[in-house]
Design a protein around this ligand. Structure first.
Ligand code: COA
Length: 171
């Protein structure tokens, strides 16, 4: 499977449904055991798809890319300015990175992250927030050179506390 070439291209409105489905499967994959089962079961891809359609229609300075393999969307990444409240800080943020669960470990995440880091070009810091218990993602980011910078924020999902920690690259 890892032999198949990956195509990375800008996300379009017609990708919103497959990306939302991928995102929900990604949540169920990454957060099983961390977030309540009922909460994960209740996630609705169409709700996410609609929000993303609206966001793409508004435009803005974020960038969304998808990875395609054999005509199937198998990954999605979203990044742009880091916002502290309303203010931009000169830093960038990786808002979301998801690989299709049945493609995890085949280079989808690495290829998307490499594309983002190339486009970013090392201006300021690249920051991201990751659920503290998401050890697979944390290892993945650490292998890419990110380091936890000590920031930690509460986050709640389905009545359970799942704090997020911040990682940084560069700066
Ligand atoms: C975290 C996540 C994005 C990582 O993406 P991924 O596609 O699994 O990661 P990759 O396959 O690119 O890299 C993982 C390993 O596979 C290896 N790999 C990379 N390309 C490969 C290839 N072409 N063939 C075989 N193995 C490969 C990598 O080397 C890496 O291992 P290593 O660093 O020890 O060498 C993915 O696991 C995911 O979507 N998880 C669920 C959602 C999530 O947690 N998102 C992050 C929220 S903050």
């Amino acid at each position: 499977m890892s032999e198949q070439p990956l195509l990375v291209r800008p996300m379009t409105v017609s990708d919103c449904a497959p990306v939302a489905a991928l995102r929900v499967r990604g949540w169920r994959f990454a957060y099983r055991g961390l977030m309540p089962r009922a909460f994960l079961d209740a996630l609705e891809p169409e709700w996410h798809a609609e929000r993303t359609r609206e966001r793409l229609a508004r435009g803005g300075d974020g960038v969304d890319l998808v990875a395609e393999r054999d005509g199937r969307v198998v990954g999605w990444v979203s990044w742009g300015p880091y916002r502290d409240g309303e203010a931009t800080t000169g830093d960038s943020e990786l808002y979301a990175l998801y690989a299709e669960p049945d493609c995890v470990g085949t280079g989808v995440g690495r290829t998307l992250l490499e594309t983002v880091l190339r486009d970013w070009g090392g201006r300021g810091r690249m920051l991201l927030w990751v659920v503290e218990g998401n050890t697979r993602a944390r290892r993945f980011y650490e292998r890419a050179g990110f380091r936890a910078d000590g920031a930690r924020e509460p986050y709640e999902a389905g009545g359970v506390e799942v704090p997020e920690v911040r990682y940084a690259l560069g700066g």
